[in-house]
Design a protein around this ligand. Structure first.
Ligand SMILES: C[S@@+](CC[C@H](N)C(=O)[O-])C[C@H]1O[C@@H](n2cnc3c(N)ncnc32)[C@H](O)[C@@H]1O
Length: 220
């Protein structure tokens, strides 16, 4: 279930390793990435939990320090997290020892076909080169059981924004690929994932506009 490796994968990994400590501080201080402090995002994750319960294990792809993974486990799911950045995974294991985490990339999931009830791509897929996202979504669809659920949150727009610093001025090298919700809905359909809901998030003081989309793997 491996798809082509992004050319900048190691650069992106190094960048997230560098920002991981600040990111964790910011989750605690500003609430960034903490769904408990963002009612509409929490509502989306709660809807995901309600929908996916009983379908099987859930994988949080790009879990960062594991904030959402831990919430899913607290809500009773058999959830684990995977992230490109070893430093993010170190934090996740330290902060949430009750959960299981691994270093890995979205394109190399090591999940058996039809083995997962749910997959999250929660603010973690925007660094993937545009041309790779369709194959990644198709690999997610193959990993899901029929009727399994995928939820993603990502940045809305039309640009490929080259970032040279992030999360408190830490030097990074990555591109944020913005998407229009309609483009994502089409890509999901093409991958065999039927959209069931989308939530538009207007820009605020901290972030630009975003979207949360939930989709179901088609039943045979
Ligand atoms: C903005 S953080 C979000 C972390 C977490 N989902 C949260 O909401 O707090 C983006 C995360 O995606 C991870 N990431 C980026 N590209 C990835 C890839 N190709 N595969 C797996 N994880 C990736 C980064 O290492 C980082 O931890």
């Amino acid at each position: 279930m491996t798809v082509a490796r992004p050319d900048d994968l190691e650069t992106v990994r190094d960048s997230y390793d560098r920002v991981a400590d600040n990111y964790v501080d910011m989750v605690q201080s500003s609430g960034i990435g903490d769904i408990r402090r963002h009612p509409w995002m929490k509502a989306s994750i709660d809807a995901f939990v309600d929908t996916v319960t009983g379908l099987g294990p859930v994988l949080d792809v790009g879990c960062g320090p594991g904030t959402v993974t831990a919430y899913l486990v607290e809500r009773g799911l058999d959830a684990s997290g995977v992230d490109l950045s070893p430093r993010m995974i170190e934090h996740a294991r330290r902060l949430h020892p009750e959960c299981s985490f691994a270093v890995g990339s979205a394109g190399e999931l090591h999940a058996d076909p039809s083995s997962l009830g749910g997959i999250l791509g929660w603010w973690s897929l925007f660094n993937l080169p545009r041309e790779l996202l369709p194959d990644i979504l198709a690999s997610f669809r193959r990993a899901l059981v029929p009727g399994g659920v995928f939820v993603m949150a990502t940045h809305v727009g039309d640009h490929d924004v080259v970032r040279t610093e992030a999360y408190g001025g830490v030097p990074v090298k990555w591109t944020t690929h913005q998407w229009q919700p309609e483009q994502l809905l089409d890509l999901l359909e093409d991958a065999g994932l039927t959209p069931v809901a989308d939530l538009r998030l207007p820009a605020d003081d901290i972030s630009g506009p975003g979207v949360v989309i939930m989709a179901r793997s088609a039943c045979p």
